[in-house]
Each structure stands twice: as structure tokens, then as C-alpha cells.
Write a protein that binds this ligand. Structure first.
Ligand code: COI
Length: 356
């Protein structure tokens, strides 16, 4: 086994930790962070864990001008036996490198990234919250740091990992959310950056998000960017429907983010021998199923969102209230099983949970 050299400087002061049962999403950060630099010709170097602190960048750094950056999101949990578990972290670092490819950023060594993350979590272990529905959210990201205003891949980068104790992503908690279908703006098209986890995808989603917020909806549901007919994904999660006994989700098509929770849910449903299909789904089909009483459940999946039941869809000035606005049976079973595997209370037949 390779051992990586990661320099550690511990913080002299400890910040006050928030109350576990009052946590929001992504507002507070732990005492330490991981950081590593890339310089062309030298590769990645100076891997280090340091006290959590602001970073100083030249104002000409390319990240500020052309948005060359990628990020990931995963979570750590403490079990009743005091073990710390990560959920499929190898998948996150694999996807980070796929995003890096798309954004012309050099690959990060996936084993080094995992080792660095484990060391960082061990140092900040006391920050992992224990109240129900909470976890330690992990945000690895890469930014382009070369000071240059030409449009080209940067020759310098920083790879950083920060940690944040979190509660539910939505203010509704795990209660069903209301989603508005977006008909004016689009998120991505095949050939663009939709499958990469890059900040620009989220920046361009803000306008539609702001408008849907003002109408009382938690998120928008994106349709395909060409015909504006087919369902893609929700702001921060992939989407599933249960129609007449079958679970369906949009197939990955070059513009949808290939969620790790999405993949795990498909694997879980197959493991239970429940019908699950990845295919193109139009809004017309959803409307039709709704009017025939066949739209039984809808839910979103994501690291931050976990399994978020959808209680209402708004499309073409009409409301579709799903399962009387309540959490469906399959959504609840998936939530219980997934979170159980993640926090060690449910047996993990897949080997998804990785001990720190
Ligand atoms: C995640 O689920 O981890 C994400 O990256 C979504 C984020 C935009 C909150």
C-alpha cells in the first residue's frame, strides 16, 4: 500500500460547535481543511492539512473570470458503535476526475484524495453531528489559480477539501417538497457541461431558482434544452417517479448529472426485485399518468438532498398533488434503507460504507 506524505498543522484554537439538532445546510465549517497545489511541470504537490482559513488568490486567477472549477459532495456519519463511515467515496473521486477531464483540469490521485479525506476527518471527528438526519458534509473542489486573462486551461490549481456539519438540505426537512417545472430557462444540453460537477451549471440555474422561490416552490425541475419536453433533473438532485407500480428515472443522456445516490437507488431497487427503468420521460407522460391516477410517487435523490419526496409539481399553470402531498411507501423505504446503510443501522450487502 502506498503511503502518502501529508503535512499536518493543527489549529491552536477550537471553534464552538453548533447544536446538533439546530443545523442548517452548509453554514458552518470545521477546524481544519486539506489543501494541495498543482503547478505545470511539477504536478500535484504540497499536500497538507491546515487550520480552516481564508485562501489568498491573485485577482487575475482564472477561476474568477472563466469559472474553471469542479466540486464534489459526500457525507460522513458516526455509527452507534462509534465507527465513522463514508458512503461510496471512491465513486466521488472517480466522478471528480471525470469532471476534471471535461474542464481540462489535471487528474487528482484518487487514493491520495481518499487518504487525505480520512486523515482530515480523523482530526475533525468531534464535528460529526449525531442527531437524526444530520451528517458531516464533505466538499472537495478544484480551482484554477493561474493569474492570466487569456481563455485557456490554467497552469496552476488548488485542490481543497472542507467539512461542514449539516442538517437537512431543504427547510421542509424530510417532508415532501414542492417543485415547479421550468419552461423558460434550460440547465444543459448534451455536449455541454451538464454531466460535470462544475460551478457554472449551478450559477446558470439561479435565475430560475429565484423565480420559483418567489412562487413558493423549493426547486425547479429542468426539462431538456432542445425540445423542452423531456425531464432531466431537479436543481440539486436527480428525479424518480413511481407510475403504475414501476419506478422510472430519466436515463443519462449527456446532460444529466450522474448522481451517486441515483445509481445507488437503482441498484437497491434491482436488489429488491422491484421494477425500475431508466428511460426518456416527458412531462406529457407525467400529466397523463396523473390524470389517470397512476402517478403514485415522486422523489429526488442526491447527497445533500438524500431522498426527498415530492408532494407537488407545478407545470403549465396546473398543480399536480402527488400521493396527497405525503411521503410514499417506496420513498420512505428507500430513505430508511439508504440512511440506515449510511449510518450503520442497516446491513450493507453492497460494501458501500467505507470505514475511516
Ligand atoms: C450534493 O448533493 O452534494 C450536491 O453537490 C448538490 C449541491 C449543489 C448542494
Amino acid at each position: 500500500m502506498t503511503t502518502y506524505s501529508i503535512d499536518v498543522t493543527l489549529s491552536q484554537t477550537k471553534k464552538e460547535k453548533p447544536q446538533s439538532d439546530q443545523l442548517q445546510f452548509g453554514k458552518v465549517f470545521t477546524d481544519h481543511m486539506f489543501i494541495m497545489d498543482y503547478t505545470e511541470g511539477q504536478g500535484w504537490h504540497d499536500a497538507r492539512i491546515v487550520p480552516y482559513q481564508p485562501i489568498t488568490l491573485d485577482p487575475a486567477s482564472m477561476i474568477f473570470h472563466y469559472g474553471q472549477s469542479v466540486f464534489e459532495g459526500l457525507k460522513a456519519y458516526v455509527t452507534k458503535k462509534e465507527q465513522v463511515l463514508l458512503f461510496r467515496p471512491d465513486e466521488n473521486f472517480k466522478r471528480l476526475n471525470k469532471s476534471n477531464d471535461r474542464l481540462c483540469i489535471p487528474h487528482v490521485d484518487e487514493n491520495l484524495a481518499l487518504e487525505a479525506l480520512k486523515q482530515l476527518i480523523k482530526i475533525d471527528r468531534e464535528w460529526i453531528p449525531t442527531a437524526e438526519g444530520t451528517s458531516l458534509y464533505i466538499r472537495p473542489f478544484v480551482i484554477a489559480t493561474e493569474p492570466y486573462l487569456g481563455v485557456a486551461p490554467s497552469d496552476r490549481y488548488q485542490f481543497i477539501i472542507i467539512l461542514s456539519p449539516v442538517g437537512s438540505y431543504y427547510k421542509e426537512g424530510i417532508a415532501p417538497v414542492k417543485i415547479a417545472v421550468e419552461s423558460e430557462f434550460v440547465r444543459a444540453v448534451a455536449g455541454g457541461t451538464g454531466t460535470a460537477k462544475t460551478g457554472g451549471n449551478y450559477a446558470s440555474s439561479l435565475k430560475a431558482q429565484q423565480l420559483s422561490d418567489s412562487k413558493g416552490y423549493s426547486q425547479v425541475l429542468w426539462l431538456d434544452g432542445v425540445e423542452r419536453k423531456y425531464i432531466e433533473e431537479v436543481g440539486s438532485m436527480n428525479i424518480f417517479f413511481k407510475i403504475d407500480g414501476e419506478v422510472v428515472t430519466p436515463s443519462v443522456n449527456g446532460s444529466i448529472l450522474e448522481g451517486i445516490t441515483r445509481k445507488s437507488i437503482i441498484e437497491l431497487l434491482k436488489h429488491w426485485d422491484m421494477p425500475v427503468t431508466e428511460r426518456r420521460i416527458s412531462m406529457e407522460e407525467i400529466k397523463q399518468a396523473y390524470s389517470e391516477g397512476k402517478l403514485e410517487e415522486a422523489f429526488g435523490t442526491g447527497t445533500a438532498a438524500v431522498i426527498s419526496p415530492i408532494g407537488e409539481l407545478f407545470w403549465n399553470n396546473e398543480k399536480m398533488v402527488i400521493n396527497d402531498g405525503n411521503t410514499g411507501e417506496v420513498s420512505q423505504k428507500l430513505y430508511d434503507t439508504l440512511t440506515g446503510i449510511q449510518n450503520g443501522t442497516v446491513e450493507d450487502p453492497f460494501g458501500w460504507a467505507v470505514e475511516v
